[in-house]
Design a protein around this ligand. Structure first.
Ligand SMILES: [Zn+2]
Ligand SMILES: [Zn+2]
Length: 258
């Protein structure tokens, strides 16, 4: 009994959790997170409390509806997946198709959601937080949850992809949502300067959308914002500023230690 509880897999999981927890605790203790906070004075308990209530209602409601819809689509053969193994580049191409199409879907519907009266009824609630935190990700009206969350079952109904590609989609959606609302910038200084990476959004990018309400509509990439001229002109300068702050904090700590 005890042997099965402490099986290799369980122990590995315990170590991973312990490692992450130790990292978070150490990070807070050493000011790692503090130095990377995008809006140092933006946090408000009242906003967090309201977001927790909205998130609980929306998550249970939209989760039940989207879950039932997906089950129905799978049961009736609308969503089918290819179970057989495929070369890595096939999986990468299928995933890239999802990535680009979701980004396009998100950008245009997000821009539409900023037009009245849709904004008031659908999207305003998500913008209650001008300094987002992890809970802001799911603090939205059920309409918005259906619009954004509904893309995955729609995509899987239109395209038959391999199970391995489908398995990447949901975690990407969750991790990206949480990261861009985290309120912290962990990406390196060169991110917006490098030709290879500047197309992918950062936490600062979406944080600015919450702070200023206009511009930076993209969900995964900066491509549509660049094409349509909706990227905040000061985005890159502000990104550099937040990196300067993190560097100064590190330099200050190093000076204090010597
Ligand atoms: Zn918005
Ligand atoms: Zn947001």
């Amino acid at each position: 009994m005890l042997a099965s509880v402490f099986s290799d897999e369980t122990m590995l999981r315990v170590w991973v959790y312990a490692f992450v927890l130790a990292g978070v605790v150490t990070g807070i203790a050493t000011g790692f997170f503090k130095a990377r906070k995008i809006q140092p004075n933006g946090f408000k308990w009242k906003i967090l409390r309201n977001e927790a209530i909205v998130a609980a209602i929306t998550l249970s409601f939209s989760g039940a509806v989207l879950g039932s819809l997906s089950k129905y689509l799978i049961a009736h053969g609308y969503i089918r997946m290819i179970a057989s193994p495929a070369p890595w580049w096939t999986i990468a191409l299928e995933f890239a198709l999802y990535f680009i199409l979701f980004d396009t879907w998100f950008y245009w519907l997000h821009r539409l959601m900023h037009k009245e009266p849709i904004y008031r009824w659908v999207h305003k609630l998500h913008h209650k937080s001008t300094s987002p935190n992890l809970l802001t990700t799911v603090s939205e009206t059920p309409f918005e949850a259906f619009i954004n969350g509904g893309f995955v079952p729609l995509f899987l109904s239109v395209f038959t992809v391999h199970s391995a590609a489908a398995a990447l989609i949901l975690p990407t959606n969750i991790v990206m949502g949480l990261y861009v609302h985290s309120g912290y910038e962990f990406f390196p200084r060169w991110w917006n300067r490098s030709w290879a990476t500047k197309w992918f959004i950062t936490a600062t990018f979406h944080d600015q959308h919450h702070r200023y309400f206009t511009g930076n509509f993209g969900g995964y990439t900066t491509i549509w914002d660049r094409i349509c001229g909706t990227m905040r002109p000061k985005f890159e300068a502000d990104y550099r500023k937040s990196k300067d702050r993190a560097q100064e904090a590190r330099a200050g700590k190093a000076a204090a230690a010597t």
